[in-house]
Design a protein around this ligand. Structure first.
Ligand code: DUC
Ligand code: ZN
Ligand code: ZN
Ligand code: ZN
Length: 488
C-alpha cells in the first residue's frame, strides 16, 4: 500500500537555507520540495502555513534499556522512542554495552531489545574492556554491523574505565577502520579519590556527587583525550561536554585545526546544580548524572560556544531511572543510578533557549539538532535534510505556540522530570517518522516494530585528508641520526 502526504505552505528549513515550499512524500521518502505542488485527492494534506517544516531531530546520545549501576533504565526502546517522537525527535543513536566484554554478544542483545522500536535508530559501541578479541570485533562491527563509532570511558574506575594505553590502542583501531573515537572525559582515578573524601567527611547525599567530581577533572580528561587523538591523528568526539573547562579544551584544539567534535547535552545547557542541594532526596537525586550538572555560568558558556560553532551538536544522554531506582543511593550518593531524562524535551528546550532567545538562527537550529549529527555519523542526506530522496522524518513547529513540561503528561516511563514546570515558546505540533504521522493534535500513534536499524558506514567527512596529513608528517621527519659505533 502506498501512503501519500503533502505538507503545504510552511517554511522549509535545512541547515543551509530556508524557503516557503511544499513537501510531497510517498512511501516514507520525500519526493519533491517546491512551491505549489499539485496533488490528487488520494493525498493527505497537512497545512503548515506560518510554521517551520524541519528535519526531525536526531539525538546522538541516549541509553535505552541499559543495565547500569545495579538496575536497568526505565525507558526501553519503545517507551523512550515514543517519548522522543512526541517531542520532535525521529532518530536516536544508542550505546551498545558489550556483554562480558564481547562486542558481538552486546550487539545481538541490543538488536533484540530494539526489535520493538517505533522510530529509526543507530548504534554506537562502548568499549568496556580490552582483550585479544576486541580489535577483530571492532572490525566486524564496522564492516558488517553498521557501527562507525566507539566510546571509551575515562571514568567509572573499576568497571568501565580504561587507561591511556588502551585508549591509544582504541584510537588507533578506530583510525584504521575509519570509525570515530568517542570519550566520556572525566579522570576516573581522581573521581574515585573525590568520592572517598566526601564519604569520609560524612557527605553522603546527592550534593556529594557534585562535590566529588569537579569541572577540573572533566577539563583534564578532555584535554588528555584531545592530545592523544592529536598524537594518533584521528578525529575525536567528546560526549556530554558539561563544563567551561572541557569546552575550552575543545575550542582551543579546534582553533588549532584539530578535528574535535564537542557534544553538549540539554541538561548541561539549561540547568545548573542548584537542584542537587534540595533537602528532598527524591528531587536532588533525579539530577544525578555524570559528568555532573555544573554551577550556574557553565550552562550560559556552553550556549555561547554552541552559538559560535565551538561546540557542534546537542544530545541528551537520556538515561532514566524512577524515584525507586534512584533511592538505591539514599544512604550513599555513589549508588544513585546516574542519568537524567531529555529525549522528549531536547527539541523544545533547544528551540526556546537558543532560537527564541535570539542566540542562533532557525537554520543553525536544524544544524545542531539534526544535520550535523547525520553528517558526522555518515547518514546524510538520507537523514538530517528535507531534500528529494531523503527519508520523510519531518517536524512541523509552530513558533507562536508554547510548550510546558511536567512528569504528569510526559511520555517517558520515569516518574520525575528534571525540567519539571518549564514552559517556553515554540511547539512541535506534528511529527512525521518514515512518512507516517505519529504525533499530531497532542495524539501519539506509534507501533512497535516500525522503527528501522540505520547502518552507519565508516569514513565520514571527518576523515577526509587524514592519510595525507599522516604522509606529510612522516615525510617531515628527518632521517634517523647516524651514530658511530664505539670501537671495541
Ligand atoms: N552518565 C550518565 O549520567 N548516565 C549514563 C552513563 C553516563 O556516563
Ligand atoms: Zn530488559
Ligand atoms: Zn558518559
Ligand atoms: Zn551517556
Amino acid at each position: 500500500s502506498s501512503s501519500k502526504l503533502l505538507i503545504k505552505g510552511g517554511t522549509v528549513v535545512n541547515a543551509d537555507r530556508q524557503e516557503v515550499a511544499d513537501v510531497y512524500i510517498e512511501d516514507g521518502i520525500i519526493v519533491s520540495v517546491q512551491p505549489n505542488i499539485k496533488v490528487g485527492d488520494d493525498v493527505t494534506v497537512l497545512d503548515a502555513t506560518g510554521k517551520y517544516v524541519m528535519p526531525g531531530g536526531i539525538d546522538p546520545h541516549t541509553h535505552l534499556e541499559m543495565e547500569f549501576m545495579g538496575t536497568e533504565t526505565i525507558d526501553d526502546f519503545f517507551s523512550g522512542q515514543a517519548a522522543a517522537l512526541s517531542g520532535g525527535t525521529t532518530m536516536h543513536i544508542d550505546f551498545v554495552i558489550p556483554v562480558n566484554g564481547s562486542l558481538s554478544a552486546g550487539f545481538e542483545a541490543y538488536a533484540k531489545k530494539a526489535k520493538k522500536s517505533c522510530m529509526d535508530y543507530g548504534f554506537h559501541m562502548a568499549i568496556t574492556k580490552w582483550d585479544e578479541y576486541v580489535e577483530r570485533e571492532m572490525e566486524i562491527m564496522v564492516k558488517e554491523k553498521g557501527i562507525n563509532s566507539f566510546k571509551f570511558f575515562l571514568a567509572y574506575k573499576g568497571s568501565l574505565m580504561i587507561n591511556d594505553e588502551l585508549l591509544l590502542k582504541g584510537m588507533k583501531a578506530c583510525k584504521s577502520l575509519g570509525a570515530l573515537a568517542m570519550v566520556h572525559a572525566e579522570n576516573g582515578d581522581a573521581v574515585a579519590e573525590g568520592q572517598k573524601k566526601m564519604i569520609e567527611l560524612g557527605i553522603t547525599g546527592p550534593e556529594g556527587h557534585v562535590l566529588s567530581r569537579p569541572p577540573v577533572l572533566e577539563g583534564e580528561a578532555t584535554g588528555r583525550a584531545i592530545r592523544l587523538a592529536s598524537f594518533v591523528n584521528t578525529p575525536l568526539y567528546v560526549v556530554h561536554v558539561m563544563s567551561i573547562d572541557a569546552m575550552e579544551e575543545i575550542a582551543k584544539a579546534r582553533k588549532a585545526g584539530q578535528r574535535v567534535i564537542g557534544e553538549p547535552v540539554v541538561s548541561g545547557l539549561v540547568l545548573d546544580d542548584s537542584g542537587l542541594w534540595d533537602p528532598d532526596f527524591t528531587i536532588a537525586a533525579k539530577y544525578v548524572m555524570s559528568p555532573p550538572i555544573r554551577k550556574q555560568g557553565h550552562n550560559k558558556a556552553l550556549q555561547a560556544a554552541l552559538s559560535t560553532g565551538l561546540l557542534q551538536l546537542v544530545g541528551t544522554d537520556h538515561c532514566t531511572f524512577n524515584s525507586t531506582q534512584k533511592a538505591l543511593g539514599i544512604d550513599d550518593f555513589r549508588k544513585i543510578p546516574n542519568g537524567v531524562n531529555g529525549i522528549e524535551e531536547r527539541m523544545h528546550l533547544v528551540w526556546d533557549t537558543m532560537v527564541e532567545s535570539g542566540k542562533i538562527s532557525v537554520t543553525d537550529y536544524v544544524q545542531i539538532t539534526s544535520t550535523e549529527c547525520a553528517r558526522i555519523f555518515n547518514i546524510y542526506p538520507r537523514k538530517g535534510a528535507i531534500l528529494a530522496g531523503s527519508d520523510a522524518d519531518i517536524i512541523i513547529l509552530n513558533p507562536n505556540s508554547s510548550f510546558q513540561i511536567t512528569a504528569e503528561t510526559h511520555h517517558s516511563r520515569t516518574d520525575t522530570n528534571v525540567y519539571e514546570g518549564r514552559r517556553g515558546k515554540g511547539k512541535v505540533e506534528v511529527t512525521i517518522a518514515g512518512g507516517r504521522v505519529v504525533w499530531k493534535d497532542g495524539e501519539l500513534k506509534v507501533l512497535p516494530g516500525t522503527g528501522r536499524y540505520i547502518e552507519m558506514p565508516p569514513f565520514s567527512y571527518l576523515f577526509n585528508g587524514i592519510d595525507k596529513a599522516d604522509a606529510t608528517y612522516l615525510s617531515s621527519l628527518r632521517a634517523p641520526v647516524q651514530r658511530f659505533k664505539a670501537a671495541t
